[in-house]
Ligand binder design. Sequence first.
Ligand code: LLP
Length: 414
Amino acid sequence: MHDFTYKNNQLYCEHVRVSDIVSRVGTPAYIYSRKTFMDHIRKIQKAFRSLNPLICFSMKANSNLAILRTMVREGAGLDIVSGGELYRAKRVQCPPGKIVFAGVGKTENEIRDALRYGILFFNVESIPELELIQKIAGAMRRKARVSLRINPDVDSRTHHYVTTGKKETKFGLDLRTAEEIFSHRDRYPALEFCAIHVHIGSQIVIWDPFVQAFKKVLAFTEDLERMGGKIRFLNLGGGWGAVYHKEKPQTADQLAKKIAPLFKGRRFELVFEPGRFISANGGILVTRTTYVKQTPVRNFAIVDAGMNDLIRPSLYDAYHEICPLVRKSGTSKRIYDVVGPICESGDFLAKGRTLQKIEAGDYLAVMSAGAYGFTMSSNYNSRPRSCEVLVDGRKFKVVRKRETYASLVAGEAF
Ligand code: LLP
């Protein structure tokens, strides 16, 4: 599942000892395994090879240029949601025909830039957005390819913050509205309605919501084709779960077994937008214990990474396994809350974990931090953001420098 393993009680990333990296770059540090990322992309390519989908890595999960470039070189495209993400896509020379653009709030400038670059299509989420794209494309005398993102009203049974396919959420178009848009498509002469999009949520560990949603997409697409439409692409979104703890998400093979038969023999070109599945298990966040504090009711390991570095535990109550960089033999185990230095009780990385005895100076790895880790980090409490390191076999490279105090205030004036 990943390439972080113990050899002689020391944690390694591929063939590099994690403590060797940390002694060079300090903590907190995000450390990524190139091989783990590649393995996950290849698993998808292999499982779905009969359908030959375009895999657009959802860069909100991990947008470091070095990682994006590796993905693009592997043939992947990119799923973007902002002008900033488009900028990153251009920086790694992602072919425009492999970029899909989602999000409920695309601005005029973002739409113009994406049109100019010639992206594959916009995943459109509302009528006002459609009208704006029409206006901009018309003025630019361009044809904009659009994909209607439908909201299939399917429960993906995941955390409610990352559920996107229920009708109460802000995402997508209900089927009636989407159909109405389509029947009045001559109102949008600058648009080419060439795709349907669906994305029902994130960290989905069961297959039936996907099948339910995709069946709705197919039935809907057939309706549109009866109305004379020509749908070339089906963008089936992302959302495939990764392993954090005891959950047993679908493997790419298992998903393909359920999903591929739905599309076999049909002429649609498929797009997938996985983020977490590809990158979650390929990254860790390494942190150093500053103090161990005992209170009458808790043992706290106070570490130098906090919710500004990894917000998932605080925001979603997410579970990330904690592993020591060095396994000590013969020490007793204790129960710890692993907490950051930030002035909020919500600032924790793990609670109630049974771990080997921790002392000040000990290093811990927060596992499965390669998706929605660094990308969601912030400067809260004026903390410089961590560095990022990419390991490839026996080599490692700092692919983002640690921020400095000067970079914290860059752009401010007084
Ligand atoms: N496509 C669309 C349109 C999306 O909105 C997302 C994620 C993806 C693809 C990729 O989803 P994935 O395959 O990674 O599940 N910050 C949260 C996750 C937010 C997901 C947002 N949308 C977390 O840390 O759990």
